[in-house]
Design a protein around this ligand. Structure first.
Ligand code: TQI
Ligand code: ZN
Ligand code: ZN
Length: 169
């Protein structure tokens, strides 16, 4: 079953049109950007929320960036595997990914050798759930279930995810 963060934080009713931006220094390819766009779509399909890319990182509601190790927010990344990414509950909007992972983009390896491949789109859909206010779920096929096996692709919302997000929005 789905859960929320303590206090059930959510984006306010007056703010259903959310913007997102990518950290310019990461210089992400269009492939990677459209992958995040698809991940946002999974959630916009089942809520009144819309997600629009903007070029202004500082002004965007949701800020997406790849970082390695200590990146200044008190939650350092840890190299390959371990923590893959983290996202903070509303209205923080911070979505950080561990740049040291062997990220899989559309079935291809972004960098490094695929010993410990992690599907980027799966992680993106999960972290966006956190950005919107969902905690973890006890339902194994849910996107918000807290573990995923290496190399697995899981991008479709389960019923449990939909019920959770629709209780919130
Ligand atoms: N990162 C954790 C996560 O996003 C960070 C975290 C731990 C967390 N406990 C939390 C976030 C409680 C919110 C509330 O879950 S992770 C997966 C999964 C991670 C794990 O790197 O462990 C995914 C990130 F589910 F696959 F294991 C993304 Cl998809
Ligand atoms: Zn961070
Ligand atoms: Zn999580």
């Amino acid at each position: 079953h789905y859960e929320f963060f303590p206090g059930k934080p959510r984006w306010p009713e007056s703010k259903t049109e959310l913007t997102y931006a990518f950290l310019p220094e990461n210089q992400l390819s269009e492939n990677v950007k459209s992958l995040f766009g698809r991940a946002f779509e999974r959630w916009s399909e089942v809520t009144p929320l819309t997600f629009t890319e903007t070029t202004s990182y500082s002004r965007a509601d949701l800020k997406i960036g790849f970082f390695s190790g200590d990146h200044g927010d008190g939650e350092p990344f840890d190299g390959v595997l371990g923590t893959l990414a983290h996202a903070f509950s509303p209205p923080a909007g911070r979505f950080h990914l561990d740049g040291d992972e062997n990220w899989v983009i559309d079935g291809n390896f972004l960098n490094g050798s695929p010993v410990s491949a992690v599907d980027l789109e799966s992680v993106a859909v999960h972290e966006i759930g956190h950005l919107l206010g969902l905690g973890h779920s006890s339902v194994e096929n849910a996107i918000m279930y807290p573990t995923i096996s290496s190399g697995t692709r899981k991008v479709e919302l389960a019923n449990d995810d939909v019920l959770g997000i629709q209780e919130l929005y």
